[in-house]
Design a protein around this ligand. Structure first.
Ligand code: FAD
Length: 399
C-alpha cells in the first residue's frame, strides 16, 4: 500500500473541499479520516491530516466552522457570542496569528481590563481606596469598586472570531459537511460514523458531546471522555447610542449572575453601542433549561408573552444595567445558551489517541482551556494520527 505522502492529491484537485477528495482515496482502498466537530480544534487537526496527504471529511452539525468561536449578525454587524478574545503564547500559534493580522483578519485589542467588585454596604466605606481612573470609565453612579487589571495582550477578529476558523478551513481547502453525527462505532470491518466507514475518527468537541455519540462497546474511549463541562449564558444587547463610558472589558467579581462584560464596539473597533455579558456558571446552570420565549416553539400556539424576552434575558440584562448604571432599555437583545462552555478542570494531556484510532482533541485537553489550547490540541492529534496512519500504511487493518 502506498504511504500517506504518496497518496497526496494533485494540485488539480484544487480547493474544492477535502471531503470531495475522499472518493479518490476510497477508490485507492483507504477510507477517510472523519473529523467530527469543526471548532478550531477539529479544523486544525483536519488541516494537518490534509497537509500530510490523508483523505479527510469534516462533519459538524452547524454546517460551518467555528464552534464556540461563534459569531452571529445582529443589527447589521457581527458579534461574538462565544469566546471573547484569545491570547498567544505558543510559537506555532503566534505564526498563525501574525498571518491573520497581516491579512487583516485578526487584530491586537487590549492588555487592560477593569475589575468590578460587588461590595456590601459595610464594604462601601473602603471602596474609594480601590478606585482608579477605571472608575470614570463606567457610569460612576454605583458605589462598588472598580480597578484596572493588566495582563497578556488580548487578540480579537475584525469580522468576528468565527471567521478565523473559517479561514483555517478555507486555506486548507477543507469544507464542512452539515451532519449531526449520532453514532461512532467499531463495526466488523472497522470504524463507522453513522454507517460511513472511516480509517480513523477524531472527536473534536467537549467530552459530554463526544461521549454521547460513542457506542457503549467503545468502553475505554467513553471512560476517557468523562470530563465535566460547565454552562455559560451570553447576553448581547444593543442601544441606539452609547450609555456608558469607555472600557474594553470588565471582570465582574462576587456577582451571582454576571462574570464578564465586553464593549463590543471597542472589541470590533467600530464603536457600536453593543455590550456582551457572560453569566456565572452557577447561575447558567440554574437557567439553562428555561424555554427561550423569544423563539416561539413551532408546536405552540402564539401567545403575546412569546414576544417578550425570557426571564434569564431580563435578569442578566438587569444585572448588566445595574453594574454599568444604564437607565435606558436596549433596542435589542439576544441570549445564547452554552451548555458546555468550558471544562470544569484541565488535563495534563494535549489529546488522546486510542488503539482503535478514535482520537479526541479540543480545549478539554489542556491545563489552560482556551482557544490557543484547542488549536494546539487539534494540531498535535493531527500530527500523531498522520504519523500512525503513515506507519500502518494508511489505516487500521480491515477486520
Ligand atoms: C461563553 C464562552 C466564552 C469563552 N471565552 C473565551 C475567551 O475569552 N478566550 C478563550 O481563549 N477561550 C474562550 N472560550 C473557550 C473557547 O471558545 C474554546 O476553548 C474553543 O473555541 C474550543 O474549541 P473546540 O474546537 O475544542 O470546541 P468547539 O468550538 O466547541 O467545537 C466543537 C464542534 O463540534 C460540533 N459538534 C458537537 N457535537 C456534534 C455532533 N454530534 N455532530 C456533529 N458536530 C458536533 C459543534 O457544533 C462544534 O462546532 C469561551 C467559550 C465560551 C462558550
Amino acid at each position: 500500500m502506498p504511504s500517506a505522502r504518496q497518496r497526496r492529491p494533485s494540485a488539480s484537485q484544487g480547493t474544492g473541499g477535502v471531503h470531495r477528495r475522499a472518493g479518490d482515496w476510497q477508490a485507492g482502498g483507504m477510507d477517510p479520516v472523519i473529523v467530527v466537530g469543526a471548532g478550531i480544534s477539529g479544523v486544525s487537526c483536519a488541516r494537518v491530516l490534509a497537509e500530510a496527504g490523508l483523505p479527510v471529511r469534516v462533519l459538524d452539525r452547524a454546517g460551518q466552522p467555528g464552534g464556540r468561536m461563534a459569531s452571529e449578525r445582529h443589527a447589521g454587524r457581527a458579534i461574538d457570542t462565544g469566546a471573547s478574545y484569545f491570547t498567544v503564547a505558543d510559537e506555532r500559534f503566534d505564526l498563525l496569528v501574525r498571518d491573520w493580522q497581516r491579512r487583516g483578519l485578526a487584530r491586537p485589542w487590549t492588555k487592560t481590563f477593569a475589575v468590578y467588585e460587588h461590595r456590601t454596604s459595610s464594604q462601601h466605606r473602603t471602596s474609594s481606596q480601590h478606585r482608579t481612573s477605571g472608575q470614570h470609565r463606567t457610569s460612576g453612579q454605583h458605589r462598588n469598586a472598580i480597578r484596572l487589571s493588566t495582563g497578556p495582550l488580548r487578540w480579537t477578529a475584525t469580522a468576528g472570531l468565527r471567521t478565523l476558523v473559517q479561514d483555517l478551513a478555507d486555506t486548507a481547502g477543507l469544507s464542512v459537511e452539515r451532519t449531526g453525527v449520532e453514532l461512532v462505532e467499531s463495526g466488523p470491518s472497522g470504524l463507522l460514523v453513522d454507517s460511513r466507514p472511516a480509517s480513523a475518527v477524531v472527536l473534536a468537541m467537549p467530552d459530554p458531546q463526544a461521549r454521547a455519540i460513542l457506542h457503549p462497546a467503545l468502553a475505554a474511549e467513553r471512560a476517557g471522555l468523562s470530563a465535566a463541562f460547565e454552562p455559560v449564558l451570553v447576553l448581547s444587547a444593543g442601544w441606539p447610542e452609547p450609555m456608558w463610558g469607555e472600557f474594553d472589558g470588565i471582570f465582574v467579581n462576587d456577582d451571582e449572575r454576571l462574570s464578564w462584560i465586553t464593549d463590543d464596539g471597542s472589541r470590533r473597533g467600530d464603536g457600536a453601542p453593543v455590550l456582551i455579558a457572560h453569566s456565572t456558571t452557577s447561575w447558567a446552570a440554574a437557567h439553562l433549561d428555561q424555554p427561550h420565549l423569544d423563539q416561539p416553539h413551532p408546536h405552540q400556539p402564539h401567545h403575546p408573552d412569546l414576544d417578550q424576552p425570557d426571564q434569564a434575558t431580563r435578569s442578566l440584562l438587569g444585572a448588566l444595567r445595574e453594574v454599568l448604571g444604564i437607565d435606558a432599555a436596549p433596542a435589542w437583545t439576544h441570549l445564547h445558551r452554552w451548555p458546555h462552555a468550558k471544562p470544569a478542570a484541565g488535563r495534563p494531556e494535549s489529546f488522546q489517541l486510542w488503539p482503535s484510532l478514535v482520537g479526541a482533541c479540543g480545549d478539554g485537553w489542556s491545563t489552560r482551556p482556551r482557544v490557543e489550547a484547542a488549536y494546539l490540541s487539534g494540531l498535535l492529534l493531527g500530527e500523531a494520527l498522520a504519523s500512525r496512519l503513515g506507519e500502518s500504511g494508511g489505516g487500521p487493518a480491515r477486520r
